[in-house]
Ligand binder design. Sequence first.
Ligand SMILES: [Fe+2]
Length: 296
Amino acid sequence: MSDRSGANLDIVSSETSTANSAIIMSDDRKAIVELDPDHPGFRDAEYRERRNTIAQIAIDHEPGSPVPDAPYTKEEHEVWRIICDNMAPAHQKHACSAYLEYAERLDLPKDRIPQLREVSERVQQLSGFVLEPVAGLVQPKVFLSTLGQGTFLSTQYIRHYSTPMYTPEPDVVHELIGHAAMLANPRFAELNRLMGQAAKRTETEEDVERLGRVYWYTIEFGVLREEGEVKAYGAGLLSSYGELEAMVKAEHRPFSTEAMMALPYDVTQYQPVLFCADSFDHMESTLTEYLTSWYA
Ligand SMILES: [Fe+2]
C-alpha cells in the first residue's frame, strides 16, 4: 500500500505552504476550521464539526494544564488501527534503533487513537518533553522556538476516515507515530531543545528559513546509517508508509548543515534528496555543534 502525505511538517514557509485548511474565529470566539474543496473531509459535516471542536480545545487550552480529550469516532479509531498495522513492518525494516527502542517504551495503543494528554505524560516521564495542542499550522519561528522550552506543539485531529493512508496536512498520526517516540528519547529531545533555542536567537526571516531547512532535513526527514543500512529518524518518514518506501530510492547526500541550509524543499512530493549521517552519534554531535554556535 502506498500513501501520500502532502504536508509531513508542522511548520511550512509561506511560499511552500500546501495546507488546505485554515482556522477562522467567529465573533463569539468559536473556532471554525475551513477546509478546501479538495480536502477529503470537505463534504462531511460531522467531520467538520469535530474539527471545530478539536480546534477549540487548542484555542482554550492553558499551557501546563492537562489537555482535554478529543472526541474521536469509531471510524477514526479504525483509521489509527489500520495505519499501525501497516506501519509496524515498515518500521521494523526502515526505522533507526533509537526510534524502535523508544516506540517500545512509549508503547502507544494500536487499537485506538491515544489522547494527547496521556502521550504527553508518558513522553514527559521519559525525556521531560511535553506535547501541547495547537489548532493549526503556526509560524515557523513560533513553532521552532517553542521547542526550546521543551514543548512540542501538536495537532490533535485525525485525517478523514475515507483516506486512511493520505492526509493533506499534518495530523495526530504524524505527531504521535512520527514525533512522539523520538521526543521520548532524551538525546533527541535535547536536539529539539537546542533547535528551539537557536530559533529564538534568530534575527532575520532568511535565517529562520535556513534553520527551518535544517529542521526539515533532520528532525522531519533525517536518515542515518546503521550497520551499512540507511535508517529513518525523521518524523515525516516515520509517520508515512510511502515516504519510508521512497526513502530507499532517494539520493543520499553526505550530512552537511551547510548543504541543508542551501537546499529548498518541496512539501508536495516524496523527498528526492536526504542527508545521511554516518551514525546517530555523528548526527547528534554535528547538529549540537551547529545549533549551539547559531547566532552565538
Ligand atoms: Fe512534523
